[in-house]
Design a protein around this ligand. Structure first.
Ligand code: PLP
Length: 390
């Protein structure tokens, strides 16, 4: 299959539909069958074989969005990540992973690799040199995440992809924070593009799913081990994900715009001591982000000044939901120390630069002024009075 050359919103809306030949309905019918004929058929279909009609159609949409030949969808982002890692790693192999990483992926590495005889190193920083200095004779995978969760560090995708190619190593990226709207790592030579589709692809905080996009050859390898691990997605959720993807381009662009606006505004607030957002010119890797991203994304993080109780501030919010996960159309905030990165030791969090008062902000599609007003009223509750200038 050749990557589709259509525009983003056209791909989101139309590519990978299941045609309703019977009634000519405008949207994909949903095939709930978990039992298909095995005689006189070209393909033996089964949900855990990732090839029901709805699964196959959605794979095409995701491949098209990520400019790759093929894709697969899974029951969660961690299923996509773990199945892909285990497809390319064997006992005796070594993997180099970026130090700033989603807490669940970090936890997978430190709790699972050793028992399979796989060794791993975390980088000191996130430059290509940091990855190169950790390579060993038996390194088989380089794993990056950019922008990273929760500090929005930016890794040079092309430099890492070239390093991996030069050394015959598979490169993998977690592209969740950017979404395919803002970043297409395969265009820079990355082999395996991973997503928690629970996030921007789903976009409504109501499904759990994962995705991987790559060449047909790499997807075949991932498929061969994934049918053993069995992390497939139910057709009902596949259908919901297809429906959600239709508006992904529109949603994410609105979130990009709001996040830029809010990052700039938060940077001017006395109650805020630090804002982390790649769209800010003050971000240390703003130029790199500009080069490799089409938009800077809907995620940002910030720290309030030390005398403000961050937990009390979050509890005082009325519109913004202090809740887990990210990327829904509604704005949410959380403390990574208590949620996404709670499984890390305080020392490892400190090494990544995650402070106890760091707030991760998933910016939604509400009107920016309403979001600001909510922050202002929550700050007033914790004793900081600010006037909102329109
Ligand atoms: N990657 C990133 C960057 C995430 O933020 C998450 C979840 O928060 C995951 C992967 C894991 O995804 P899931 O919760 O769908 O398994």
């Amino acid at each position: 299959m050749k990557p589709t050359k259509k525009g983003l919103n056209t791909i989101c809306t139309h590519v990978g539909e299941v045609k309703d030949e019977q009634f000519k309905g405008a949207v994909s019918p949903i095939y709930m069958s978990s039992s298909y004929a095995y005689e006189d058929v070209d393909v033996k279909r089964y949900p855990r074989y990732f090839n029901t009609p709805n699964q196959e159609a959605l794979n095409k949409k995701i491949a098209s969005l990520e400019h790759t030949e093929a894709a697969m969808i899974f029951g969660s982002g961690m299923a996509a990540i773990s199945h892909s890692l285990m497809a390319f790693l064997n006992a005796g192999d070594h993997i180099v992973m970026q130090q700033t990483l989603y807490g669940g992926t970090y936890n997978f590495a430190v709790t699972q690799f050793e028992k399979y005889g796989i060794s791993y190193s975390f980088t000191e920083g996130w430059s290509a040199e940091d990855f190169e200095s950790e390579l060993k004779e038996n390194t088989k995978v380089i794993y990056i995440e950019t922008p990273s969760n929760p500090l929005l560090t930016i890794t040079d995708i092309e430099a890492v992809a070239q390093l991996a190619k030069k050394r015959g190593i598979i490169s993998m990226i977690d592209n969740t924070f950017a979404s395919p709207v803002n970043q297409n790592p395969a265009d820079f030579g990355i082999d395996i593009v991973l997503h928690s589709a629970t996030k921007y692809m789903g976009g409504h905080s109501d499904i759990c799913a994962g995705a991987v996009a790559a060449t047909a050859e790499h997807i075949k390898k991932i498929w061969e081990s994934s049918i053993c691990f069995g992390g497939s997605l139910s057709d009902q959720t596949v259908w919901l994900l297809e429906r959600s993807l239709k508006t992904m381009g529109l949603r994410v662009k609105a979130q990009n715009e709001n996040a830029q606006n809010l990052a700039e505004w938060l940077s001017t607030q006395e109650a805020v001591q630090q804002v982390y957002y790649p769209g800010l010119e003050t971000h240390p890797d703003h130029e790199l982000a500009k080069k490799q991203m089409h938009g800077y994304g809907g995620m940002l993080s910030f720290e309030l000044t030390d005398e403000i109780d961050a937990t009390a501030f979050l509890k005082a919010l009325k519109l913004i939901k202090p809740s887990m996960s990210l990327a829904g159309v509604e704005s949410t905030m959380l403390l990574p120390t208590k949620t996404s990165h709670s499984l890390m030791t305080p020392e490892d969090r400190a090494k990544q630069g995650i402070k106890d008062n760091l707030i991760r902000f998933s910016v939604g599609i509400e009107d920016a002024d309403d979001i600001k007003e909510d922050i202002v009223q929550a700050l007033a509750v914790v004793g900081v009075n600010t006037v909102l200038a329109y």
